[in-house]
Design a protein. Sequence first.
Length: 387
Amino acid sequence: MKQKIFVFDTTLRDGEQSPGAKLTTAEKIQLALQLENLGVDVIEAGFPISSPGDFKSVDEISKIIKKATICGLTRAIKGDIDAAVAALIKAKRPRIHTGIGVSDIHIKYKFKSTREKILLQGIEAVKYAKKFVEDVEFYAEDAGRAENEFLAKMITAVIDAGATVVNIPDTTGYCFPDEFGEKIKFLKENVPNIDRAIISVHCHDDLGLATANTLSGIINGARQIEVTVNGIGERAGNTSLEETVMAIKTRQNYLPYYTLVKTEEILKTSKMVSLIMGIPVQPNKAIIGANAFAHSSGIHQDGIIKRRENYEIIDPKSVGVTKSQIVLTARSGRAALRHKLEKLKINMTKEQLNQFYEKFLELADIKKEIFNNDLLNLYESKSIKSS
Ligand code: KIV
Ligand code: ZN
């Protein structure tokens, strides 16, 4: 039987930490409403202690969103938790996301502390948050570089303290997929109370491995994924929502999981995030890039015209893209040219098409892309008669 993967969207928190991505409360509300339409399970709305503006955003989003869980981030500090509790007070389903660094690098150089003290601080934070809300997620920051035995000790202790979700972040994007999967497997096998919590994975893309690591996490037992729209986030970004959700949907024969994301809303959400944050999407970005369903070489175009599945593993409509595109360039072949001409109601014999193709190539060698108007002009100027 297929198992559900919970989608925890952190576009409004980790995503907003991208340089230049700062959002106003009104913008955050607009995006939160679209994230709810998209069908994510959890919206991490912000970090309430970080600024009065972010507190207000979490408060307003808590009032408006009805279906999704609303989550506020905190450090393992009482004042942070108090701020999150106040900001989430009107949420139908509130979650506090608290945690602390667990790698020796963080413990030694960031906190100038010891493993024992960090362990106690983590436990105290969960116990304190639990006084106010039932749903408490604990993040073991920099788990990717942490020693597995200490990580397991920490996770066991915070689940005993009441954590409902345990987040294993690869904060610095350091792990390789097998290594990260092994870490999740290690926790499944070495944390005695692990069945009382959901394992979450939160990966960063410093080595371009965030999606691969997230999928490896799922295969090894994680049931929540922390993602952002367009993969935006600190430094090289977070795991992209669209990539992981579509990987799960597209490869159901390989991965027996599903999410509740309405994938037809993906492109609309991506465009909204890009526009509001002022961060363009690269054309070759998987799923949502302008070229994700565009075909420009002759061999591929011929294949696509014969049957879309020859070169596409995803139906563009399933992510909100109207249709695949045939782009005419100097690498295009006669099949694509004929296809475009027929759409313009110009029919040619084989001989006429061969002649026209020569002229087309001359122009295509000068211009990067040939549009319908170019074809019409070329057709008029060469006075090739339709059959
Ligand atoms: O990357 C990270 O470790 C985080 C935590 C705050 C969850 O964003
Ligand atoms: Zn992060």
